[in-house]
Write a protein that binds this ligand. Structure first.
Ligand SMILES: Nc1ncnc2c1ncn2[C@@H]1O[C@H](COP(=O)(O)OP(=O)(O)OP(=O)(O)O)[C@@H](O)[C@H]1O
Ligand SMILES: [Mg+2]
Length: 345
């Protein structure tokens, strides 16, 4: 079997950094020989590793009973920040869908935390993540595998093949942007008892690992801006659970939990945090109405807030963050500035 050398997955931390994460270790055995004591420690890899584990009601769903992903342990995320919602219980719904159906789909506008929650679910359940961005001209070589170098002896498995062999979560981001030839190859694999035939190699049949889960995500609003296609029908049928995501605050609806999150991560006062959020909520409303090309995520708002906390004037700080981020078109940038000025008078 080929060795996978992947970088450890650490999820980006937005906002003011906190210190002091402790490692939990479990004692496997203690041996005493004459006056020497040997203690074997095992790093806990099971579901309870995350400090957020008990924040979510997921303890009854074990996604890999007595099974450890030793070979691909590095792909299990760590340090993913908490996911906040207003009682929609997204984490629980995703974990439950994986438990019963092995796969699910997440639909929602850009920046509603779809990628974030996939990494959080992976950390909470102790599963490695295999992420594929289908919008980035992903070819079937990247997904299935290919020969490298001269001759036909050096085959390298692609992401999907590795996932089938090792298990974990295959995360197909922007699944509706997937090219047809790639979708055709993936369809049989996503039958939950499916397998892949490596026709490009030696017709090896790669069965789906018993703990191989799949999450797809897509953005319903990108259609006007970047030519999003409808999700392939065969693909659609293979997903049993669909979960809709939305911003916590949009237009006049301001979520106190989102404001709290901004305060916590930026250390800003309540008044400024609410102002930031009101700007963000209005931008999101306009994005959903098709008037702006992008709606800021809470992460984007936090970046703006971190600069304000550092002492920069809010309008200046906005130039470097949410104004530039929304578009490089001067007119669109002016629209954003007007929203900011209506709140930060
Ligand atoms: N409900 C939430 N709780 C905590 N953080 C959130 C939440 N929603 C979004 N974020 C933060 O907002 C940022 C954007 O989230 P993320 O990249 O996961 O969005 P996305 O839905 O995957 O967007 P895209 O469709 O553009 O890929 C991240 O920094 C994420 O941590
Ligand atoms: Mg994403």
């Amino acid at each position: 079997m080929q060795k996978t050398k992947q970088k450890a997955v650490a999820y980006g931390h937005d906002g003011i950094r906190q210190q002091g994460i402790s490692k939990v270790e479990e004692v496997m055995s203690v041996k005493r020989k004459q006056n020497k004591i040997t203690v074997r420690l095992k790093k806990q890899r099971a579901m309870s590793k995350s400090p957020l584990y008990y924040k979510y009601d997921i303890q009854k769903y074990d996604l890999h009973p007595n099974y450890y992903f030793t070979e691909v342990e590095d792909l299990i995320p760590h340090g993913v920040p908490e996911y906040i919602d207003e009682g929609q219980h997204y984490v629980e719904r995703i974990v439950r869908a994986l438990y019963y159906f092995k796969q699910c789909a997440l639909i929602g506008p850009s920046g509603t935390g779809k990628t974030h929650i996939v990494y959080l679910v992976a950390e909470l359940t102790g599963l490695p993540v295999w992420e594929v961005n289908c919008g980035l001209q992903t070819s079937s070589y990247d997904l299935i595998g290919r020969f490298v170098g001269l001759g036909k002896e050096n085959w390298i498995d692609g992401q999907v093949t590795q996932w089938l062999r090792h298990g974990g979560i295959l995360y197909l981001d922007e699944a509706n942007m997937m090219k047809q030839d790639v979708a055709t190859r993936l369809n049989p694999v996503l039958d939950t008892r499916g397998h892949l035939v490596l026709t490009e190699k030696d017709n090896e049949i790669v069965p789906r690992h018993q703990y191989a889960y799949c999450i797809i995500s897509m953005n319903p609003f990108s259609a006007e801006f970047s030519g999003t296609k409808k999700l392939n029908a065969a693909f659609r049928r293979r997903m049993s659970v669909w979960i809709n995501f939305d911003y916590q605050s949009v237009g006049d609806k301001i979520s106190p939990r989102e404001a709290e999150l901004i305060m916590k991560r930026t250390q800003l006062d309540e008044e400024t945090a609410y102002k930031i959020l009101r700007v963000g909520a209005e931008m999101r409303r306009q994005y959903k109405a098709g008037d702006l090309p992008y709606g800021p995520s809470v992460g984007d708002l936090i970046h703006w807030g971190v600069l304000i906390k550092d002492g920069i004037n809010p309008k200046m700080a906005a130039e470097e963050t949410i104004v530039a981020l929304t578009s490089d078109n001067a007119e669109v940038q002016d629209d954003v500035r007007r929203i900011i000025e209506s709140v930060f008078v």
